[in-house]
Design a protein around this ligand. Sequence first.
Ligand code: U5P
Length: 210
Amino acid sequence: MVFGDFDGDRVRRYAEAINRFSGKLAVVIGGGRIARNFIGIARGLGADEVWCDEIGIVVTRINAMVLLSGLKGCAPVVPEDFSSAKLLLTDYDKVVMGGTFPGHTTDATAALLAEALKAEQLLIATSVDGVYSSDPRRDSEATRFEELTPEELVEIVARNDVRAGSSSVVDLLASKIIQRSRIPTVIFEGTPENVERALKGEKIGTIIRP
Ligand code: U5P
């Protein structure tokens, strides 16, 4: 899940959507435009990609802290690794975290966490309404897939780059983890309303079915 920018109303609507879900839920928050701005500035100053990733990770953790402020039944800390998240979920129904280590986006963090938790399902709330044959923001001929296998997803995202702050529909590591874990995944446009629909199991976005 990603916040566009400092928009308190939007964050509130995400929190409400998550609070209406009953059951165990692990949420991973991205860095949004703020992370991309900071990464762009640091890169312009000569920072290497690992440092840019570290900056991105800090922003994701701040976003997690902000969302956590509005969540009920959620662990009151932001775990920084998967074992801590797993442990917290034994005591709490919900946990919210940001990134972990450099080299990928929070898509991969979410996929790894889903794998570590043996999750029933992975929901990836992103900025486009599903997976397209090519980038719909640049190619008017791009077509959206209703359903893909993990192998097809890997093939599509392998064409994108892996720099800090990448804006591929999902990153390559995430697609590889989805492939190896065989966890059913939904990739959809992450508005608060859509997050709620996805949590209810409504058909939305592109389904990655092993
Ligand atoms: N990031 C990492 N590792 C993580 C999560 C995030 O290096 O586990 C960095 C990447 O540079 C990413 C940025 O692009 O933080 C912001 O996360 P996201 O909004 O792209 O998911």
